[in-house]
Ligand binder design. Structure first.
Ligand code: C2E
Ligand code: CA
Ligand code: CA
Length: 593
């Protein structure tokens, strides 16, 4: 129901109807506007108030219930318009983002793909992003980076595979190049030459490392100059170079290796200082048999190393690899590796071979000969392991063991009433040991044996290797009461002047002259002159390798003093010696039993 409100005494009086304005509505009415909208509070419907009275006159308002929907109608339209507009804007924004995203994500995807390629190591294809925008600039930077990485990688790969000094392929690279070559079925034959400079250490020590490096660079240049076709030329390290000739047969390879040795040995000019280089070269020709593949790279290289070692030892280059050298080399490695342990685990024994007086048949001495029974390789002869022990620096320990064992045996024989001297073989290396005399005396003293019962056998060539030292050492031994025998005499080519200087008691004619000894032979004349020479120098003369009665007769006729050999006895195990001595004791000066 409509109500009529009249302003009165600062408030509102209702003339009609039961609606009274609350405080908020009263405040609105107080504004006095022509049309007012009064929102309903506490669930009351909203109302509109229409001013009936003129402005200035006391306010009279007709209050009607307002229809909310109608009241809000103009706003609803506005609301719909705003909503439609927002939707449109959002739609447009999405569309724009999509379009923009297309334009951005295309080049980004390309960049990501290119980065994946680079990560996988493919630097070949440059990234093509056209235009002049930021993406084109980014692509250009990316391409530059890609090229930089490629160049750096190439440099690193080269450095890893090449030797920094000479620029030649290094050991690893050479091995892989070699392996690639050997795997090529078209390669039927070829050869590997391994070479190095003799005494390169001295060049370094004498001229300095800078000159040593210059020499290596010079050598590398010569090798490059001598390369023919696609020969492999590499520096394996130090002064060691490898050359691979492909396709050449053994004769051609030898000829080429000879040419290498000659050309590389030509004097070099190192800043005005001429340097003569000597080349050692080992050569391994290889050929594809009808039924087998070529040897692998490492096998070939090992064989080349073996041939080179042989070239050095024998002073002959080019030294071809021979069948079987490999096995021999492996055996030598095993022997050297096990020598030390063998001394400790008592794998050695001494055999004793009598030295018999030719005139009276008496045995004054026995020679101690070293025997090694290897648990796997069986018996190994001293001719094989002594040179290896010398090279491995172990021969001194062997000599000490022999001296101790021989003195112990000697003491045992003496205890049983047998007085016989023992000859011990010394190596050239022992002669350079200043402690040798003391060691031998200690061994003798330890077993209560007189030093005079010991004879040191040293080969003529060992003495000549360092005459001054040998003379001093041997003199020292003699002063201490030991006797000295020059072994293998006749093979060392000592001069009469050298012979005169030798502090010796005995000359032992090498068995190579004695074995073939027959009346009227050349050897008879050689033996005869050695006997005379020995006697002229006041030495006792011994012949070793006496195998026959006929040979013994010749020696007796020539006046030789002592004989040793299978004719009398092979070297005997220690327990067999005393029975032998007892059985053969003859004459007044014989081994007393
Ligand atoms: P060597 O000192 O000239 O010893 C003589 C060698 O000739 C011995 O060989 C001996 O068994 C052998 N022999 C003896 N009589 C005859 C014979 O009638 N006919 C033939 N064909 N051979 C005979 P072995 O025992 O094999 O010793 C070889 C070499 O090994 C020795 O030659 C010696 O140089 C060295 N050696 C042996 N024992 C030692 C040692 O304890 N120390 C050192 N440093 N070298 C040793
Ligand atoms: Ca000897
Ligand atoms: Ca000998």
């Amino acid at each position: 129901m409509p109500g009529l409100l009249v302003a009165e005494d600062g408030g509102w009086r209702s003339l009609h109807g039961d609606w009274r304005p609350d405080a908020a509505a009263a405040a609105l009415l107080a504004r006095g506007e022509a049309l007012l909208f009064l929102p309903g509070a506490d669930g009351e419907p909203a109302r509109k108030a229409l001013r009936l009275s003129a402005a200035g006159a006391p306010a009279v308002y007709l209050v009607l219930k307002a229809d909310r929907a109608r009241v809000l109608a103009p706003y609803a339209d506005l609301q719909a318009q705003i909503l439609a507009l927002s939707l449109l804007v959002a739609l447009l924004a999405m569309l724009a983002a999509l379009l923009l995203g297309r334009r951005v994500s295309g080049p980004v995807d390309q960049l990501a793909e290119a980065a994946r390629r680079v990560r996988a190591g493919d630097y070949a294809a440059p990234l093509a992003v056209g235009g002049s925008n930021e993406f084109a600039a980014l692509a250009a930077a990316f391409n530059a980076m890609q090229q930089g990485i490629a160049e750096r990688e190439q440099r690193i790969v080269h450095q890893v595979g090449h030797d920094g000094l000479t620029g030649l392929p290094n050991r690893e690279r050479a091995l892989s190049l070699l392996a690639i070559r050997l795997a090529d079925p078209a390669l039927r034959r070829g050869a590997l030459a391994l070479l190095d400079l003799r005494r390169f250490r001295e060049v370094n020590d004498l001229l300095g490392h800078a000159h040593g490096d210059r020499a290596l660079v010079g050598l590398a240049e010569r090798l490059r100059g001598l390369r023919s076709g696609d020969d492999l030329v590499a520096r394996l390290g130090g002064d060691e170079f490898l050359v691979g000739f492909w396709g050449s047969d053994a004769a051609q390879a030898t000829a080429r290796a000879e040419a290498l040795v000659v050309a590389l040995s030509a004097p070099m000019d190192l800043d005005g200082a001429p340097l003569r280089v000597d080349i050692d070269l080992g050569l391994v020709p290889f050929i594809r048999g009808s039924n087998g593949p070529l040897p692998d790279a490492r096998t070939l290289l090992r064989r080349a190393e073996i041939a080179l070692a042989l070239a050095k030892r024998e002073g002959r280059s080019p030294m071809p690899y021979r069948e079987g050298l490999d096995e021999q080399h492996l055996r030598q490695l095993a022997i050297v590796g096990e020598l030390r342990g063998a001394i400790e685990s008592e794998q050695f024994q001494l055999a004793y071979q009598p030295k018999v007086g030719i005139a009276d048949g008496a045995v004054h001495h026995v020679e101690a000969l070293l025997r090694w029974t290897h648990p796997r390789l069986g018996r190994i002869g001293p001719d094989e392991f002594i040179p290896l022990a010398e090279r491995a620096g172990l021969v001194g320990r062997l000599t000490r063991w022999v001296a101790a064992r021989a003195c112990a045996d000697l003491a045992g024989w003496r205890a049983q009433g047998v007085e016989v001297g023992v000859a011990i073989n010394l190596s050239a290396i022992d002669l350079a040991d200043p402690g040798l005399g003391a060691m031998l005396l200690d061994a003798a003293a330890h077993h209560g044996v007189p030093a005079g019962l010991l004879i040191a056998e040293v080969t003529e060539s060992a003495v000549l290797a360092d005459l001054g030292t040998a003379v001093a050492t041997l003199q020292g031994l003699r002063v201490q009461g030991l006797r000295v025998s020059i072994d293998d005499f006749g093979t060392g080519q000592s001069s009469l002047a050298q012979l005169k200087r030798l502090p010796a008691d005995e000359l032992k004619i090498d068995k190579s002259f004695v074995l073939p000894l027959a009346p009227g032979s050349d050897d008879e004349h050689i033996v005869e002159s050695i006997v005379r020479l020995g006697h002229a120098l006041g030495l006792r003369v011994v012949a070793e390798g006496v195998e026959t009665a006929e040979g013994l007769d010749v020696l007796r006729r020539l006046g030789c003093d002592v004989a040793q050999g299978y004719h009398f006895s092979r070297p005997l195990a220690v327990e067999a010696l005393l029975p032998w001595l007892r059985a053969h004791a003859t004459g007044p000066a014989g081994a007393a039993a």
